[in-house]
Design a protein around this ligand. Structure first.
Ligand code: PAZ
Length: 348
């Protein structure tokens, strides 16, 4: 076996203390109305690169639509909330993009084309197996007697499988990777892709796994330069954030009204997960909420649908221990729901 890389610490700095998790029993913000949409998108400038993305997204969707291929938008990773225009400091969240990157692979393997809207530098489909700090790609390699860099014998089979899947997705043009960093970039890009995806009606699927900030600092109140430590008289920094409008309602009603829409609901308190998931479904009127707890999100999730209520998907202890990914159970269920959605919507 290859010894663990000396450059990689086994200490995990992102491990949380359950006792200090946030209490989220307060009511949700209301769903965004057309007026909130107008205000937000009028008051904020679109990211300068948006028109470039727009062309790529439109071409990608058109090429797969010709083949009658279903297209899923997978959102992944956490949004940042900058506190300064020339951003030195920002608010972030824990998400590494594991759910999104893993799910994208299972969609690709099952014949979907995937638009992967992800936090820049978070995990990507396929490369995630080797890029994370607990899995440094250099540990898989060695030099042979001729000085050629080769993959160690024990990893050949596993790596060949990942490589072939990656090359298949790349060579067939099945994956379009679009980045965001801030919540503001995320919202503009989500709206743009949603409107493009609405062209293929029910064949479009939204799988919204990104951890999107609930709060942001409007541009009008954002200082241009790095906040100075002597800013306030008493040496404290006071930041007053606004609620991010809940645009899921706009997505369902007007940006892509025929697409199937799946949102995720993350909680830390198991006592409120189901009520929050049900509440989201009622409020936004979409097709599926997948609830998960921070502590157990890799082992179990709950599907909440208007027709069938709740249904848990769980890995057994053996499955979990042997490295089965819960997304390998989630995606087939979603595909079957999406198939039904397409049948139902085409007969309307
Ligand atoms: O990125 P990750 O795999 O560590 O976490 C995934 C997740 C928990 C962010 C996702 O499953 C999720 O619940 N997203 C929605 C979060 C929310 O806004 O409620």
């Amino acid at each position: 076996m290859t010894p663990p890389s000396p450059t990689i610490s086994r200490v995990r700095t992102s491990v949380f203390e359950p006792a200090t998790a946030i209490d989220r029993t307060f009511p949700e913000f209301p769903a965004a109305q057309p007026i909130d949409e107008n205000n937000y998108f009028k008051k904020h400038k679109p990211p300068p690169y948006l028109s470039e993305i727009s062309k790529d997204v439109a071409n990608f969707i058109a090429s797969h639509n010709k083949l009658n291929r279903k297209v899923v938008l997978v959102t992944s990773g956490g949004t940042t909330v900058p506190l300064e225009n020339n951003t030195v400091r920002f608010i972030d969240n824990f998400s590494a993009g594991t759910r999104g990157a893993t799910s994208a692979e299972y969609f690709l393997e099952n014949g979907y084309a995937v638009i992967f809207l992800h936090r820049e530098f978070s995990l990507l489909p396929y490369s995630r197996h080797y890029s994370h700090t607990t899995n440094c790609f250099l540990d898989y390699m060695n030099e042979d007697e001729n000085g050629q860099v080769v993959i160690n014998a024990e990893y050949q089979n596993e790596m060949r499988v990942v490589l072939r899947k990656y090359q298949n997705a790349r060579d067939k043009g099945l994956l379009l990777v679009v980045p965001f960093t801030t919540v503001h970039q995320y919202l503009f890009t989500l709206k743009l892709i949603s409107q493009e995806l609405s062209v293929i009606g029910p064949n479009g699927l939204f799988y919204l796994a990104a951890a999107v900030s609930d709060f942001f600092l409007p541009h009008s109140r954002m200082p241009e330069h790095k906040i100075q430590s002597q800013n306030d008289n008493d040496g404290k920094l006071r930041v007053s954030l606004e609620a991010v409008p809940k645009f899921l309602s706009r997505l369902v009603d007007s940006w892509a009204p025929l697409a199937m829409i799946i949102s995720f609901k993350l909680e830390t308190d198991s006592n409120i997960l189901l009520s929050k998931a049900r509440g989201a479904l009622e409020r936004y009127n979409h097709q599926l909420v997948i609830g998960n707890l921070l502590q157990t999100r890799k082992k179990e999730v709950v599907f909440v649908t208007p027709e069938e209520g709740e249904h848990w998907i769980r890995l057994t202890d053996e499955q979990h221990a042997s490295g089965t990914e819960i997304e390998s159970l989630i995606i087939p269920e979603i595909m079957s729901l999406h198939e039904k959605w397409c049948e139902k919507t085409s007969t309307l």
